[in-house]
Design a protein around this ligand. Structure first.
Ligand SMILES: NC(=O)c1ccc[n+]([C@@H]2O[C@H](COP(=O)([O-])OP(=O)(O)OC[C@H]3O[C@@H](n4cnc5c(N)ncnc54)[C@H](OP(=O)(O)O)[C@@H]3O)[C@@H](O)[C@H]2O)c1
Length: 292
């Protein structure tokens, strides 16, 4: 029995959102490799079942899953219910699930934009508020927030996504200070471009940042994030170039920084033609928009 409230003792688990692919999947592998029981979260139940059974078999740890849409309040409630039903408590929370869109803001789907806000920010606040008090009561565990290098700067054409990541970095650092002195860690990792399908899903796979910036594998990112999360680093930036970018953007005036970032993030097609706002015409035909 739990001495604190006479409830049956619950088993500790790492709750990892967005765990069926990309960075989330690699983080799940990393936590499993270190012996953590997992609760994997995403929307696609078949993908979750497959991921959970593969990870459980590979690392010999219990791997549970919860199919929830975390962009909704019901989805977050559902996740908390599954955790309870499985007899688990959240020892580590990895807020990784996120979506992005790319292009001119006025042409992006309004529902999709609201979903970005709900999933990338509201769900992160909701889940952390649900699970952090128990971590503090047990004086153990932590929250690993997966933000982005984009959170350090304004990013034209991915404005909403980047702003949610800026929120995450600011919020995470503030909370890290609030829990300072306890054994609970609150960390934020800010990856640069990673080899996942996220940019393709957003239609940004031909943007210049995808062409010119080196991409890290999800596995390398996850290994560093796990190691430095366990060490309790507040802000985790992996890779020399990413550290240089995060440090230098603070000193570049907006009048220079924002156009430069916009140059890298402008959406292009496979031939390098720039995207123009709907209803506009490229100034002197499509070739005028050729990137390089
Ligand atoms: N890829 C990069 O270059 C990069 C760079 C910097 C930061 N990041 C950050 O790293 C994290 C992971 O990115 P990634 O590239 O690995 O993404 P990804 O490959 O697109 O995977 C996204 C994961 O989130 C899940 N998901 C999406 N919507 C969801 C919802 N409404 N509720 C619950 N789960 C949902 C997806 O599964 P379902 O579709 O089944 O729900 C999937 O498992 C994100 O926070 C992203 O912002 C990525």
């Amino acid at each position: 029995m739990n001495a604190r409230d006479d409830q049956p003792e619950l088993a500790p688990a790492a709750v990892i959102t967005g765990a069926t692919q990309g960075i989330g999947r690699a983080l799940a592998e990393e936590f499993a490799k270190h012996g953590h029981t997992l609760l994997l979260v995403a929307r696609n139940e078949a993908a979750l079942a497959k991921t959970a059974s593969e990870i459980a078999a590979a690392h010999d740890v219990p791997a549970h899953y919860a199919a929830c849409d975390l962009s909704t309040l019901e989805g977050c409630n559902q996740l908390a219910d599954v955790l309870r039903t499985k007899g688990l408590h959240c020892e580590s929370l990895v807020n990784n699930a996120a979506i992005m869109t790319a292009g001119f803001f006025q042409d992006q789907d309004r529902e999709e934009l609201l979903k970005i806000v709900d999933l990338n920010m509201r769900a992160v606040v909701d889940l952390t508020r649900r699970f952090l008090p128990d971590m503090l009561a047990r004086d153990k565990g932590g929250v690993l927030n997966v933000a982005s290098l984009e959170g350090f700067m304004p990013v034209p054409y991915q404005a909403t996504y980047a702003a949610t990541k800026a929120f995450m970095i600011s919020w995470s650092r503030s909370l890290a200070w609030e829990v300072f002195g306890s054994s609970v860690r609150i960390c934020v990792v800010a990856p640069g471009p990673i080899e996942t399908t996220m940019h393709e899903k957003a239609g940004a796979e031909y943007s210049r940042y995808m062409v010119y910036f080196p991409r890290m594998t999800p596995e390398a990112m996850a290994e560093a994030a796990y190691r430095r999360f366990m060490r309790g680093n507040w802000v985790i930036i992996e890779g020399f170039l990413n550290r240089v970018v995060a440090a230098s953007v603070r000193f570049i005036p907006g009048i220079m920084l924002i156009p430069a970032v916009g140059w890298f993030f402008r959406v292009r097609d496979a031939e390098g033609n720039l995207q123009w706002p709907k209803g506009w015409k490229a100034p002197t035909g499509q070739d005028a928009g050729k990137g390089d």
